[in-house]
Design a protein around this ligand. Structure first.
Ligand code: SF4
Ligand code: SF4
Length: 410
């Protein structure tokens, strides 16, 4: 695609980056076929090719309107288009640049600004998010069904193993996950303990920064990234093998730290090391000898796996979890259109309620079609969102795996 960038961006690092991405796009439109918002709305400007054009026009100096911002806001950042694109267009990098410019040029409505401020002020801060969630859970029994479904039921965590192993890995605790589903990281710690690996949650680390990054708070997101790097660094220097992610939405963001902090002289090198060490829990298990684990004596539940976009498109780990579950004896039910987003997409379910609900209904129908006993997924946002639309229990797959194990083979 030919470009003629406007003066305000032409000779800047962002301009060069955007130009490079735009030049790889051949305008073929293959990406529209798998774009969830294009499928729902049928508008070229709500598909990746149209959004790329909108951003190109902005960068070439065209006026940025509220309508431009709306089409960019409706993007789920699911990156399904990147998986489909035959030219390797790095759409999400262009979208980040385009959104940044649109944010500066168009004033959002007061309610929209307030909602985004609230999300940034609450979600990344466990000391604020957890009490609010507890309050909601307290009144949950009194809520009408529609509201009740959007408040996750309280979950207790089974014990975290304390055995000292020579092999050590860090784990990101994150922000909302410990309050909603504290058993996920504990289950990961138990599974890794069986493989002779100690999982450590470094004190001082917290939100990965993705929630801020996607709600008009890029600088706040970078501050969270720096804080995590500072908290992890002593452990990295003393030999932690990996930084394990149990939420794929956080994983895709932390794997981007090297890119996000490339222009920060104080953090660029450390961010590069963090990116190198970051692994989804499925990548860790995929490299271990799983015959050292065994499932319990009882029958295992039939599982429908919902692969989050951040896992299959963002991290290109399609099929990794399914392989582990099959290797360890689980039966997976068929899930049609497994490449499509569930509508959670970080804060999308709050900011784009209607589109999110329609995607959720389609996803739940697909997941339930094989009559699973449990739905498994790999991201806390998807877990809570899908659970709000079904009575089938929804768990992180590492919890499903952990519950299936009783003793070591040895
Ligand atoms: S992003 Fe890729 S698939 Fe979409 S129009 Fe451009 S080249 Fe084609
Ligand atoms: S990231 Fe997802 S919603 Fe956005 S344009 Fe690509 S496929 Fe469509």
């Amino acid at each position: 695609m030919q470009t003629a960038l406007a003066d305000f961006i032409r000779d800047t690092p962002q301009g060069s980056e955007a130009d490079a991405v735009l030049r790889t796009c051949v305008h073929c439109g293959f990406c529209n076929a798998t774009c969830p918002t294009y499928q729902l709305l049928g508008d070229e400007l709500d598909g990746p090719r149209g959004r790329i054009y909108l951003i190109k026009q902005m960068l070439e100096g065209a006026e940025v309107t509220r309508r431009t911002l709306t089409h960019l806001d409706r993007c789920l950042t699911c990156r399904n288009c990147e998986t489909t694109c035959p030219s390797g267009v790095q759409y999400h990098k262009l979208l980040d640049i385009g959104r940044g410019i649109a944010e500066q040029r168009v004033k959002r409505s007061a309610p929209d600004r307030f909602t985004r401020w609230m999300l940034r002020a609450v979600i990344p801060h466990p000391a604020r998010f957890a009490p609010l969630l507890r309050l909601g859970q307290l009144f949950r029994p009194l809520m009408p069904p529609a509201l009740k479904r959007s408040v996750p039921a309280r979950q207790a965590a089974a014990p975290w193993p304390t055995a000292a192993h020579a092999r050590r890995m860090l784990v990101l605790q994150g922000c909302a996950q410990p309050a909603i589903a504290p058993n996920i990281n504990a289950a990961a710690a138990r599974v890794l303990d069986r493989l002779g690996i100690r999982l450590i949650a470094a004190s001082g680390a917290g939100c990965c920064g993705a929630a801020s990054h996607h709600t008009s708070g890029v600088e706040q997101g970078l501050e969270f990234a720096r804080r995590n790097i500072d908290a992890w660094w002593p452990h990295i220097e003393s030999g932690a093998e990996a930084i394990v992610m149990t939420a794929s939405g956080c994983g895709v963001h932390v794997k981007d730290y090297a890119y996000l902090l490339k222009d920060d002289p104080a953090y660029a090198a450390k961010a590069g090391r963090v990116t190198e060490l970051t692994r989804d829990i499925s990548e860790i298990l995929g490299g271990e000898d799983l015959s050292r684990l065994r499932t319990g004596a009882g029958p295992l539940p039939r599982v429908a796996f919902h692969s989050p976009c951040s896992l299959q498109h963002g991290q290109r780990l399609n099929g990794a979890v399914e392989k582990i579950l099959r290797q360890t004896g689980f039966t997976l039910t068929a899930v049609p259109d497994a490449h499509l987003c569930c509508g959670s997409a970080g804060t999308y379910s709050i900011l784009q309620k209607d589109l999110s609900r329609r995607l959720l209904e389609n996803k739940v129908a697909a997941l339930e079609s094989g009559r699973p006993e449990v739905i498994a997924t790999a991201n806390i946002g998807c877990l809570a969102h899908v659970q709000s639309g079904t009575t089938v229990p929804v768990r992180h797959w590492i919890e499903v795996l952990d519950a299936g194990f009783s003793t070591d083979r040895n």
